[in-house]
Each structure stands twice: as C-alpha cells, then as structure tokens.
Write a protein that binds this ligand. Structure first.
Ligand SMILES: *[C@@H]1O[C@H](CO)[C@@H](O)[C@H](O)[C@H]1NC(C)=O
Ligand SMILES: *[C@@H]1O[C@H](CO)[C@@H](O)[C@H](O)[C@H]1NC(C)=O
Ligand SMILES: *[C@@H]1O[C@H](CO)[C@@H](O)[C@H](O)[C@H]1NC(C)=O
Ligand SMILES: *[C@@H]1O[C@H](CO)[C@@H](O)[C@H](O)[C@H]1NC(C)=O
Ligand SMILES: *[C@@H]1O[C@H](CO)[C@@H](O)[C@H](O)[C@H]1NC(C)=O
Length: 408
C-alpha cells in the first residue's frame, strides 16, 4: 500500500517537474485536416428529393458531425445537403440551391477540438480531434481562444477556392501575434491541413513569414497525395479523420475538390506504376482522365486539372519546420478490383508502407526541403502512429508541447 502511495507521489512529482514552464512561449494556431472542422448548415429549399428531409431551418444547425444525421434514413438528407455542384465555366463549386454551409467560431478552438458539438462525452475518440493537444497546452499555461487558436475551414474545398479563408487566416495569425505581446506563432497542421497551409506559405512574402511564423509542425502531412483518395471516387471511403463515412455518401465525397487535390502527385508515382488494377486495364498517375471517364465522373477530371498544380512542386515553406508522421502501418498502395467489381465494389489493396492512410513517399516529401530554405527542417518518424490517431498520440503530444514552449 505504502509503496504504491510513494510511487504515485514520485510519479506526480516527476510530472509536475517535467512541466518546466508555466508560461506559453509561442502562441499556437491549429489548421485541421479533411473532415476536421465542424460545419453548419442553413436551409431554405423549395423542394427536397426525400419527403422526410427538412427544407428550411431558422438558423444554422450542425451538419458535420452530427452522429444522428449519419444514420439511415437521415443520411440521404445529409448527402443532398453536403454535395457540391461544379460549374465548369467559373471552375468553382457551390452548394445546391437553398443550402448554405459554413464553419463557425473562427479563431476559437472549439470547432477543431471536437467534431460533433452536441456530443456529450468529448473524449469519445471518433469525435474528439485536437482536444488532447489543446488540453496539454492549457495545462502548461495556454488559454483557449487567446494563445491557442483554431482555424477551421470548409474541407470540401481545395486551396483554389479558399481565398477568403486565407485572408482570415493571415489576419488570425497577425491578431494572435499582437494579442500575445508580439510573439511569433507556431502553426500545427494535421493531414490535409498541411498542404493547405503550405499553399498559404508559398504565397506569402518571406518578410511576412519571418515576422509572424515561429515554426510549422506538420502531423501526418499529405504532401504528395494518397492512393486511398482514389477509393473515394470509385467505391466511396473515408479519408483520415472519420472512419464512419458510409458508401451512401459517395456522391458527396466525389463532388469535393479536396478529394481531387489529394490524388497521388505525378512527381511521386512512376508513369508505369499501376495504382489501380482492374479486369480490363490498369491505371497509373498518367491515366486520371481515363479513370474519371471510366467511372463516369468527368467533373472529377475538371477538378483534378484545377487543383493538380497548386502544390505540385512541394516548394519549401520558408519557415522553421518540424515534420512529424507515423510509419509501418499497412496503407493502400495499389487498389485491386476483381472481375466485374470496378468501380462500385470496395476494392482489395496491395499494401504499401505508410500511416494507414498516406503512403510513405508522400509523408516523406517534407524531407526534400532540408538545405533548400534558410530555416532548419526537423524530421521525426513515430513508428505505428496512425494517420488520425497521431493527434492523440502521447509521443506527438509531448513533442508539440516542447516545440510550443521553445524547448526543441
Ligand atoms: C428563401 O428563399 C426564397 C426564394 O425561394 C426567398 O424569397 C426568401 O427570402 C428566402 N428566405 C430567407 C430567410 O433567406
Ligand atoms: C460543362 O457542363 C455542361 C453542363 O453540364 C456540359 O453540357 C458541358 O459539356 C461541359 N463542358 C465541358 C467543357 O466540360
Ligand atoms: C472559446 O470560444 C468558444 C466559442 O467559440 C466558447 O464557447 C469558449 O467558452 C471559449 N473559451 C474560452 C476559454 O474563452
Ligand atoms: C513583452 O515582451 C517584452 C519584450 O520581449 C518583454 O520585455 C515583456 O516582459 C513582455 N511582456 C509580457 C507581459 O509578457
Ligand atoms: C495490371 O497490373 C497487374 C499488377 O501489376 C499485372 O499483373 C497485370 O498484368 C496488369 N494488367 C494489364 C492489363 O496491364
């Protein structure tokens, strides 16, 4: 009994000693991934495909994530509202008539800490997101909405349609710098949040980056795409954040330019490397046009053309970089469809190394920046850290706190 108490006392002494600083060093900005921001919907529709779906709401209600909405038959209403309509003249997407979807609480952490705002138990792993990282920062003196802040975005879109977001993000970083006694910010991206933030940095003057950005921590960066995205187009799938996207949501998934943005980058996959194998033919990264034609989704090809060059060259960010990701987990490498299965049947796959979602070569793309920019690039591999789970991984959390406190 006494031994246990002594041990507990020692452990708690160790834990309190390990928190060497009770002052935030650098303010932190969180840039979430695909599916990693709460979304809210306002409806004013004149008709609905299904009689049980609401046509009007008095204000905004949460649509992503709303666990109840993801069960049949409400899932059909969800899909009708989440789907984007592509306009091949403006080369932009829009919501269907009478549907307005937005993020809320920009700058606050709430909408990136938990995905379902109504969920009572915020520790349920499938709906908690940046919560653990925020809690860790708060425990060393950070304040939510002041020195740790969230930058949610409509993850259905790719950077070519995120002009307003980038203006808001720039202002958020500048405001956070001022609010924290003119201290540079540490930006933490997860998954797709990393290419989204890289695009932003690639379009900021170096002087601005020198003034406002202390460093960029990328967790599970999808720098060069992932084979798994192709499955979202063919049979339907989940990418990273949520594991309960059912197949009925394929129309909404397909219509997301962000999915086209995250297809495997031609510079990282060979022209002879089959990434999709079917009965009649195989597809490589050179065959995307045929692929979209064969799955009868030509808007997808338009969206791919709109997004493929946004970060094609993976240009160095021009800021101090901490690139962190997992490894050694089976990750879709080649999608294999049996006879008659393409495209609607969920395919088998030949696994590749990666974090379960993103292929290793894409996670590793950040290492090319070493020596190509004036700031250092640190690279940390956390074996078996799964793509999504990394935000709750103790090794990643400790690392993030150390960088934020200026200890690394
Ligand atoms: C709802 O849409 C109708 C047209 O269909 C329009 O007249 C009305 O002003 C809209 N209501 C709101 C609250 O936007
Ligand atoms: C653009 O969309 C219209 C309507 O769906 C279609 O008729 C037309 O062929 C498309 N044009 C191109 C260049 O894809
Ligand atoms: C942060 O902002 C949210 C609203 O988005 C609010 O609910 C929450 O209480 C705020 N947190 C703090 C610590 O002020
Ligand atoms: C603000 O920064 C200045 C210069 O770095 C420092 O001297 C001062 O103590 C800081 N004030 C607070 C409240 O942290
Ligand atoms: C497709 O790729 C598989 C595996 O690499 C190979 O065995 C097969 O011969 C290829 N099929 C065609 C039609 O090229």
């Amino acid at each position: 009994m006494n031994t246990i108490l002594v041990a507990l006392a020692l452990i708690s002494a160790f834990l309190s000693n390990s928190v060497v600083q009770a002052e935030p060093r650098y303010p932190v900005i969180l840039v979430p991934g695909d599916g990693g921001s709460q979304l809210f919907v306002k409806l004013n529709k004149t008709s609905s495909k299904h009689f049980w779906c609401e046509k009007k709401t008095s204000g905004y209600t949460n649509i992503w994530v709303n666990i109840e909405e993801l069960a049949a038959p409400m899932i059909y209403c969800f899909v009708d509202n989440m789907v984007l309509v592509y306009d091949n003249k403006t080369r932009k997407t829009r919501c269907p008539d009478g549907v307005d979807i937005t993020t809320m609480g920009f700058g606050d952490t709430a909408s990136v800490e938990w995905l379902d705002p109504s969920w009572l138990s915020h520790e349920i792993s499938s709906v908690s997101y940046f919560y653990h990282i925020v809690e860790d920062l708060v425990s060393v003196g950070y304040k939510r909405n002041v020195s740790v802040r969230g930058a949610p975005f409509d993850f259905r879109k790719a950077p070519n349609e995120m002009g307003q977001y980038y203006k808001d993000l720039q202002k958020l970083i500048e405001d956070t710098y001022e609010l924290n006694n003119r201290t540079k910010c540490v930006v933490i991206g997860h998954s797709m949040g990393n290419p989204v933030f890289l695009y932003f940095l690639n379009h900021q003057p170096q002087a601005w980056k020198d003034q406002y950005i202390q460093s960029f921590i990328s967790l599970s960066g999808v720098w060069a795409g992932a084979v798994k995205t192709l499955r979202l187009f063919s049979s339907g799938d989940s990418l990273g954040v949520l594991t309960f996207w059912p197949n009925t949501v394929r129309p909404a998934q397909r219509a997301m330019p962000s999915t086209a943005f995250l297809m495997p980058n031609e510079r990282f996959w060979g022209p002879d490397e089959a990434i999709i194998v079917t009965e009649h033919r195989n597809y490589t990264v050179k065959d995307y046009k045929d692929f979209f034609n064969d799955i009868n989704f030509l808007d997808g090809w338009e969206m791919r053309q709109d997004t493929q060059d946004l970060i094609r060259d993976i240009t160095p960010p021009g800021v101090r970089m901490y690139c962190v990701h997992g490894s050694d987990l089976p990750t879709p490498g080649t999608l294999v469809f049996g006879p008659g299965e393409f495209p609607d049947t969920f395919p088998k796959n030949i696994p590749d190394n990666g974090d379960g979602t993103v292929n290793m070569r894409s996670l590793l793309a950040c290492t090319d920046w070493k020596g190509k920019q004036k700031y250092p690039v640190d690279h940390t591999v956390l074996p078996k850290a799964e793509h999504m789970e990394i935000v709750a991984d103790l090794r990643a959390r400790k690392y993030v706190v150390q960088v934020a406190l200026g200890q690394l």
